[in-house]
Design a protein around this ligand. Structure first.
Ligand SMILES: CC(C)(COP(=O)(O)OP(=O)(O)OC[C@H]1O[C@@H](n2cnc3c(N)ncnc32)[C@H](O)[C@@H]1OP(=O)(O)O)[C@@H](O)C(=O)NCCC(=O)NCCS
Length: 155
């Protein structure tokens, strides 16, 4: 894997089957929704959801879905952007693809003028907390549906 070979692709009829075939490890399934559910949510939230297949060369290795400018607490006073879903395929983990996904979403948020990348994660031993903390995310002190809210400062 080199950064030159990594890319994101819009979900289309050409890569739909490859996208829904991305599966995390069984012990991680509590931590993230299946890709099929994310794509259904993207269908009903077309203005905020940004689903993408992660490819290394032509090999699908994961799936991400970002969100842009949602009213976090139901008011327009606190618009946030971030990572809604991140699924790296079970046998492709530990190769830098998750880091690439976070960096790609950070770049897209910056391009749109945003200054923070928000994410929520399930606390617990098989959850992604060490991954996010290692990439520089800090807990905001909030929770959302029992999940920890974290933010990466992009300024
Ligand atoms: C969490 C997840 C996205 C990480 O993706 P990944 O491709 O395996 O992570 P990377 O290889 O890019 O790792 C980047 C860094 O994080 C570290 N890291 C990754 N997972 C880690 C873990 N569980 N514990 C500690 N460190 C971890 C890596 O060691 C690496 O550190 P380094 O650069 O210092 O070597 C992936 O394991 C996954 O899809 N998990 C299941 C679903 C999930 O929890 N998604 C998040 C929903 S919010």
């Amino acid at each position: 894997m080199t950064n030159d070979t990594l890319r994101l692709e819009r979900i289309s009829s050409d890569n739909f089957d490859a996208a829904v075939a991305v599966r995390v490890r069984p012990d991680q399934e509590h931590a993230v929704s299946p890709v099929m559910k994310s794509l259904a949510e993207a269908y009903v939230h077309p203005r905020t959801a940004w689903p993408r297949l992660i490819l290394d060369g032509d090999r699908p290795v994961g799936f991400l879905m970002a969100f842009f400018d949602i009213a976090w607490v139901g008011t327009s006073a606190d618009l946030r952007s971030g990572l809604w879903r991140l699924n790296i395929a079970a046998d492709e983990q530990g190769k830098g693809y998750g880091r690439f996904a976070v960096e790609s979403v950070a770049a897209e948020i910056r391009r749109r003028g945003g200054t923070g990348l928000y994410v929520t994660w399930h606390p617990g031993p098989t959850g992604p907390e060490p991954f996010y903390l290692g990439l520089g995310f800090s807990p905001t002190g909030e929770t959302s549906g029992g999940q920890t809210v974290g933010v990466l400062n992009l300024t």
